[in-house]
Design a protein around this ligand. Structure first.
Ligand code: ADP
Ligand code: MG
Length: 635
């Protein structure tokens, strides 16, 4: 509890204490003996006004202020009218007085409000704690000494020192030292990751054991930590349809109830159906129950909890609308490279043409690929043992889904698949090994091909199985790779469909087609690493990107980001989404159900104000407790 909430609580406790004393005095008949009748009623009126004002003066002020701003019909207004009305019943001396109810309604309303404020604060805090990944400083060496500087001021390419126990402040590559990194805050993964010289490290991880020197590869603003914080901060802006519906509902519902209460209080007595005091009391009870706070607060709180719970598992959901969509996904479309497979390729074979050295083929390929970020390019460079002199390379052109062309020294080198060869009118040999084949030509002459194979991620098979178990109807893989590679992967993972030899624009077309074939109410998710599939990510109902490996473009374009690149997290994300939606609907049905019930009872004169206020606060408390369940997730 913060200071404001503590003062609030103390005020409520004082009000309850005063209230209790007055009630005891009143019930014991002391007021009656001291003031006689009807003096005791006026004494009680004055006395109950004290706890009422202690507890609720701010509500009265707020209601007045809102009316002055032309925003009547909020919950403060409802409570003010209902409680003032209860006190005003003193004008009907023939009925039992209702000042006690008036004061009690205000006190319990405040109890409910305090609880709400506390619950919202708690879940905000726990998300903030979970997201407590922002580094406060970076250690930089200046004149032989370590100085703590603001991470935002560290230039790209400088070396920062990360001591054991400190957080990696900026994304980079280890240049010195080795250590274990705790990545749990980012990925939900509890096994520490070993890093050594040459390993890439992302900001937000905690360095556990050794001293590390890290050469930064990004400015702080573009580092993982800064991006995650930005995503989480903006998540509440993208509201789910259910959430908007509730806001709209409350806006329409409150005035309706107010007018219904008015009608209930005025019409029957005008028609001579009973005493004014009786019907006015029913109208007031109506007002107390009508307060929509349980819904208005618990629905967004559930979504908030769901997003927080997901981020604990290393799944960043960019808005509650995406949770709502995820819950309905029944088709999941995967990109192959980097998504289902690790994206690091091993060279399986090099088949040079007669009279050409195998190493020459690899060297040409490695040089042509020198500037590419494609996983194939990275792997080819890694397989090449020689040095790559970037000075020798000019005119690099990367053709998505085809390959690359570049001028190396005075020679034009092409590296890519059949399509690239066909496009440039080069001849090539097929290969009967299963694998991705990179044909290489130099100045139009075919020098041979390199066969590479990537490894299926260790949880890919589980990922597909879990998705099927979760009720996903179709798991489809799209790839630009050869049909035999695609078929082999599809077979192994138990995919329902594979489509190969696709250019990036073909992938969009395939997704369009799958979207058209969607079942009523079903949604399609596309999962990719963003290397030339960002357009598909935006086109799908839900775009899911691999965050650790994925390109920045993918993380921008995606709606959901998996921090640890594990495809099995898709099923986890769907489980969190469905649980959240279940909780949201439970709250909606429960809150509206109980309210309608009490409203009916009130109209029939079977509910009094006590029941109304306990109904209202009780429903709010239960709905909020239920909403907070959304935050608890099992990994
Ligand atoms: P995927 O659909 O598996 O993610 P891409 O669409 O990125 O694959 O690429 C499809 C195919 O295009 C690759 O299998 C490869 O044959 C060729 N290709 C793409 N980029 C390159 C590159 N940089 N070097 C060589 N070949 C490439
Ligand atoms: Mg790809």
């Amino acid at each position: 509890m913060n200071k404001k909430q503590r003062r609030w609580r103390n005020r409520i406790v004082v009000a309850i204490a005063i209230f209790a004393v007055i009630m005891v005095v009143d019930e014991a008949g002391l007021l009656a003996s001291a003031f006689g009748s009807p003096g005791d009623v006026y004494a009680a009126f004055a006395l109950y006004l004290v706890p009422y004002l202690v507890a609720g003066h701010d509500v009265l002020v707020k209601a007045a202020r809102n009316i002055a701003h032309g925003e009547a019909f909020d919950e403060c207004f409802l409570m003010t009218v209902a409680t003032i009305g209860a006190f005003a019943m003193v004008l009907f001396p023939d009925t039992d007085p209702h000042m006690a109810e008036g004061a009690a309604v205000m006190i319990f309303y405040q109890v409910g409000e305090l609880f709400q404020s506390y619950a919202v604060g708690q879940s905000r805090k726990s998300i903030a704690e979970m997201m407590d990944i922002a580094p406060e400083y970076a250690n930089v060496e200046q004149g032989g000494e370590l100085v703590q500087v603001d991470p935002a001021e560290v230039a790209v390419g400088s070396v920062v020192v990360v001591k054991p126990g400190e957080r990696v402040p900026i994304d980079g590559v280890v240049t010195e030292g080795s250590s274990q990194l705790d990545t749990a805050a980012l990925t939900g993964e509890s096994v520490p990751r070993h890093v050594e010289s040459g390993s890439e490290v992302v900001s937000g991880c905690v360095n556990m054991t050794g001293l590390l020197h890290v050469r930064t590869t990004k400015p702080y603003g573009e580092s993982t930590v800064a991006r995650i914080l930005e995503l989480v901060e903006n998540a509440s802006e993208k509201k789910a349809r259910t959430e908007n519906f509730i806001t709209r509902f409350a806006r329409v519902y409150t005035p309706i109830v107010v007018f219904a209460a008015l009608a209930l209080a005025v019409l029957p007595p005008l028609l001579g159906m009973g005493a004014w005091s009786d019907w006015i009391l029913r109208g007031l009870t109506f007002l107390v129950v009508s307060c929509p706070c349980a819904l208005v607060i618990s629905v967004p709180l559930s979504f908030f909890g769901g997003i927080g719970g997901a981020s604990r598992l290393g799944i960043l959901v960019k808005g509650s609308n995406y949770l709502e969509l995820l819950a309905k996904v029944d088709t999941v479309v995967f990109d192959k490279t980097g998504t289902l497979t690790s994206g690091t390729f091993n060279v399986v074979a090099i088949h040079p043409e007669a009279g050409v050295e195998a190493d020459y083929v690899l060297s040409c390929a490695a040089h042509a690929e020198a500037f590419s970020d494609h996983p194939i390019a990275v792997s080819v460079r890694e397989a090449y043992s020689g040095r790559i002199d970037r000075e020798r390379i000019r005119d690099v052109r990367e053709e998505s889904g085809h390959g690359v062309s570049a001028q190396v020294d005075e020679h034009v080198v092409l590296v890519g698949n059949d399509k690239l060869m066909a496009e440039h009118g080069a001849s090539w040999h097929d290969c009967d090994l299963t694998g991705t084949v990179l044909h290489v030509t130099v100045d139009g002459a075919y020098v041979g091909h390199i066969v590479i194979a990537d490894v299926v991620k260790d949880d890919a098979e589980d990922a597909i199985r879990e998705l099927h178990e979760a009720g996903v109807r179709r798991c489809v893989m799209l790839t630009g790779d050869r049909a035999d590679v695609a078929a082999a992967v599809g077979e192994r993972l138990g995919l329902d469909e594979v489509r190969a030899q696709l250019l990036p624009q073909d992938k969009v077309a395939e997704v369009e087609q799958l979207l058209a074939g969607e079942r009523e109410g079903g949604r399609l998710a596309f999962v990719g690493d963003g290397i030339n599939d960002a357009p598909v990510l935006t086109r799908a109902d839900v775009g899911i990107a691999m965050g650790a490996m994925g390109s920045d473009a993918a993380i921008e374009a995606a709606d959901v980001v998996l921090m640890d690149d594990r495809p099995s997290k898709i099923a986890s994300a769907m489980r969190v989404a469905r649980k959240t939606m279940r909780i949201v609907w439970q709250n909606i049905v429960f809150a509206i159900g109980v309210k309608v019930l009490i409203l009916v009872l009130a109209a029939l004169g079977l509910a009094n104000m006590w029941l109304a206020v306990f109904g209202d606060v009780g429903v709010a408390v239960i709905a909020i407790l239920n909403a907070m369940r959304a935050m608890r997730v099992e990994s």
